[in-house]
Each structure stands twice: as structure tokens, then as C-alpha cells.
Ligand binder design. Structure first.
Ligand SMILES: Cc1ncc(COP(=O)(O)O)c(C=O)c1O
Length: 463
């Protein structure tokens, strides 16, 4: 999305030298305009391949929640489906059937009342799913307000300030007032009391996150629903809940089966997840499921007939790759419930083990321990004043580790943390290697007289 990358552009020469390294062609080609003529595919490949070597190593990236390793068989299937457009449901009926099957599997996993009749779809990720979930809530609220003869021009949503930026985008793009619950002391996410305190007749929904992008903690979905039940009894206002299970939607069912956070709670209207996070698929797929057909207003569904048959769609885009959806089904089929449980439990074991090892080193305070999402945040003890988490983050980059450092939002901007996301493919052995590098870098940092980097100078990391 290069809207404007001026600074980066300036660093590049205007032309790329193509010789004699690549042997086949020689000369120079323009970098920012279309080359005049063709070149051999080998040279084109080599030029781009070489430039991309400067990208980080995805497996050493503990900043991302997104899958960085899949089995070769899944990769082969994805290769076979690269040319399939997900929207061409009539041309690729089996890919379409697989998408529906995945929706049914998720609806069942999340205890929808009638999983076979589940309503949902694949998306490009949780962000698109958030837009669809939010829009459905807005339209439901509006229809009810108009039916009651009430104004419907001031919708609001209630959520913690820790929500991922997609929810702020939703509010911004669809003109919905954001009622953000700030962090307070050691409360880093939404609480039932604070959520209810901001609800009124214009609230289209409360968004609860399983788990928070900032620290991997689960928000108390069941308690939020219970508080909203009490609120409804007092006020008569029925506020639905959407669960952003971007990561937790594919973690909790397997390793926290007793945690009630999903459609078992009647107030939960819709749930999204990122297939490309703990769904274990490479980037490009998300999912949203509504508890039943009534939860998704019919007026949002478009029926197009120019692809060969009349197809219902609810999406922000049209064409989209089919490969990721097929890869999602591969994982469901290949791993089954027990396989997913093993993968997620292993990630949790690595995360909790790594957090405990960091805790033992001395200078760190754990904000979370990796025992909800396999993700944890760690701060430096207040008495450490000669280096920062930003210094350590940059020091770890020397060996290729990408461990983001950032400050928490409003009310806790004083809290600067490192965050580690453990995913499939990050092994106990890699965790030990990371700890060894942390120890090595701490020795050096402990000797430096004063911090070198702060939030402003360190990284461009953003949620
Ligand atoms: C809680 C939460 N919601 C939504 C998103 C956005 O997800 P996606 O990248 O799939 O659009 C993220 C991404 O990290 C997230 O952590």
C-alpha cells in the first residue's frame, strides 16, 4: 500500500544496475518507471529475489501473529489453487463448497445453535471480517430504531482502547462513534463495569477481544455478557456482543475448552477469526460467522448472477484468491481437533516457558505470561534506567530476531514493553536461542551509561 513512501524512495538510486552479475542481460533499468523492453525471466527473478534478501526472516519474526510456516503439502495445494478466484463460485464449485464447509466447521467449533445452517463467509482477514460484523450490527440496530420510531443517526460502539486498529477503522469509515474504555492501572483491557457504563440506546454493540493484541490477554467475554444481561433488565436496552477472536478464536476452543466465550453465550451475535493467525494458514484469509441467519440483515447480501448462477455475497471486495481457503480446509482435515490442540498447546508451552525464563533473568517484569494467547508482553523493572526495551529490541535485530517494543495506549503510555508472539514453527529450541541472545545483549546493555533509543527513535512498529 505505497500511498507515499518518500523517505524510502530517496534512499534508492533511480536505476538498478543489471550486469554483469546476472550474465544474461546487462545494462541499467529504471526503478520507478516501466522498463522499455522485456528482460529474461531469470534476470527479473534474480533482481527481485536479491532485493528481497533485505526483508527480515519471517521465522525469526516474533512480532507477527500471522502464519510463517505451513507443511509442504499445504504449499503444494496452494500452488495448485493460485489461479482460482474465490468469487467465481459457479466456475469453481468445489472451492465454494470447501468455503461453506469451513464456515460450518467454525460454527460448530464455536457452538453455534445450528452449525449446519450457519451463516458466515471467508474474508481477506480479521479486518475485513470486523467491517462486516460491525456493519451487520449497525444495520440491525438501525432497523430496530426505525421500527420503534426512534432516531437512528448517532450509533456508537463500546470497546477497550486495546482493540486492534481495524475496529477504529470500522468506526471511522462507517461513521460510528467510538466509546473507548481506557486502560487503568494494571487493567489492560475491557472490564464489564466499564463497558456497561458507556452503553445506551444508541450502542450497536460491545466488541470484546479474545485476546488482546497488546499483551495476549483474554477479555472476560462471559462477564461482559452477564453485565449486559443485568443492564438489559434495568434499562430494557439489548446490546449484542461481537467477539474479535482474531487469534483466540482458534486457540481457546482447543486449549481452553471450558472457557465460555462463544455462541454458548446467547448475547454473542458474531465472531471473527484470522485463518492466517492461529488458523495456521499463510496470510490472506479470515472468517466471520453469525450465530444464525437473523443476525445478518438480508439487505447487506448482494446476489450477483453474472458469474453463471445467482450467488449471495457479503464482502467488501470481489475477486480474491481461493488458495488460502483451500489451505484452511487442508489444516482442518489434516490436523483435526486433536492436531490443532497439540499445535496450540505446544505454542502455549513455548510461550509460558520463554516468559518464565525471561522472568528469571532479573531485569524484567512480566505483564502477561503467555498462558492465554501464546503471546506475552514484558517490561523492564523501574530501576533499570540505563537501557530501554527499545534498545534491547534493536540489539536483538543484530541476530535477525524481530521482537517489537512499544508503549501502551492512553493512561499507560508510561508502560513500554517487548512483545513475543509464539506461533507454529517456533520451537523450544528457538526459544532457547532467543534467550541466549537476550543474555548476550543484556551483558552489553547493562554496561551502557544511558538509554540510546526511546519509542520515537526505535522502530516503526504499529499494531
Ligand atoms: C485482536 C485483533 N483483531 C484484528 C486484527 C486484524 O487482523 P487481520 O490482520 O487478520 O486483518 C488483529 C491483528 O493482529 C488482532 O490482533
Amino acid at each position: 500500500m505505497p500511498l507515499s513512501h518518500e523517505e524510502q524512495e530517496l534512499r534508492h538510486a533511480e536505476e538498478i544496475a543489471v550486469a554483469p552479475l546476472y550474465a544474461l542481460d546487462s545494462g541499467r533499468i529504471p526503478r520507478h518507471t516501466l522498463p522499455e523492453d522485456e528482460m529474461s525471466p531469470d534476470v527479473a527473478y534474480q533482481i527481485i529475489h536479491d532485493e528481497l534478501m533485505l526483508d527480515g526472516n519471517a521465522r525469526l519474526n516474533v512480532a507477527t501473529f500471522v502464519t510463517t510456516w505451513m507443511e509442504p503439502q499445504a504449499e503444494r495445494l496452494m500452488g495448485e489453487c493460485l489461479d482460482k478466484n474465490m468469487i467465481d463460485k459457479d466456475e469453481y464449485p468445489q472451492t465454494a463448497a470447501i468455503e461453506t464447509r469451513c464456515v460450518n466447521i467454525l460454527a460448530d467449533l464455536w457452538h453455534a445453535p445450528d452449525a449446519g445452517a450457519a451463516t458466515g463467509c471467508s474474508t481477506t482477514g480479521s479486518s475485513e471480517a470486523a467491517m462486516l460484523g460491525g456493519l451487520a450490527l449497525k444495520r440491525r440496530w438501525r432497523a430496530q430504531r426505525l421500527a420503534d420510531g426512534m432516531p437512528a443517526d448517532k450509533p456508537n460502539i463500546v470497546m477497550g482502547t486495546n482493540v486492534q486498529v481495524c475496529w477504529e477503522k470500522f468506526a471511522n469509515y462507517w461513521d460510528v462513534e467510538m466509546r473507548l474504555v481506557p486502560m487503568e492501572g494494571d487493567r489492560f483491557h475491557l472490564s464489564p463495569e466499564e463497558a456497561v457504563a458507556r452503553c445506551d440506546e444508541n450502542t450497536i454493540g460491545v466488541f470484546a477481544v479474545l485476546g488482546s493484541t497488546f499483551d495476549g490477554s483474554y477479555e472476560p467475554v462471559a462477564d461482559i455478557c452477564a453485565a449486559l444481561d443485568a443492564f438489559e433488565q434495568e434499562s430494557g436496552i439489548d446490546v449484542p456482543v461481537h467477539v474479535d477472536g482474531a487469534s483466540g478464536g482458534m486457540v481457546a476452543p482447543f486449549v481452553d475448552p471450558d472457557l465460555v466465550w462463544d455462541f454458548r453465550l446467547p448475547r454473542v451475535t458474531s465472531i471473527n477469526t484470522s485463518g492466517h493467525k492461529y488458523g495456521l494458514v499463510y496470510p490472506g484469509v479470515g472468517w466471520i460467522v453469525w450465530r444464525d441467519a437473523e443476525a445478518l440483515p438480508e439487505e447487506l447480501i448482494f446476489r450477483v448472477n453474472y458469474l453463471g448462477d445467482t450467488m449471495p455475497t457479503f464482502a467488501l471486495n470481489f475477486s480474491r484468491p481461493g488458495a488460502q481457503v483451500v489451505a484452511q480446509y487442508y489444516n482442518f482435515l489434516r490436523l483435526g481437533f486433536e492436531g490443532y490442540r497439540r499445535v496450540q498447546q505446544y505454542a502455549r508451552d513455548v510461550a509460558t516457558g520463554l516468559a518464565a525464563q525471561l522472568d528469571d533473568l532479573g531485569p524484567f517484569d512480566l505483564v502477561t505470561r503467555g498462558d492465554e494467547l501464546p503471546v506475552f508482553a514484558v517490561a523492564l523493572k523501574p530501576e533499570v534506567d540505563n537501557y530501554t526495551v527499545f534498545d534491547l529490541s534493536l540489539a536483538l535485530r543484530e541476530r535477525g530476531w524481530q521482537v517489537p517494543a512499544y508503549t501502551f495506549p492512553e493512561n499507560r503510555t508510561d508502560l513500554a514493553v517487548l512483545r513475543v508472539v509464539v506461533r507454529r514453527g517456533f520451537t523450544h529450541d528457538m526459544a532457547d536461542l532467543l534467550i541466549a541472545d537476550v543474555k548476550r545483549q543484556l551483558k552489553r546493555l547493562e554496561r551502557q551509561p544511558a538509554p540510546t533509543h526511546d519509542a520515537a527513535s526505535a522502530t516503526g512498529f504499529a499494531h
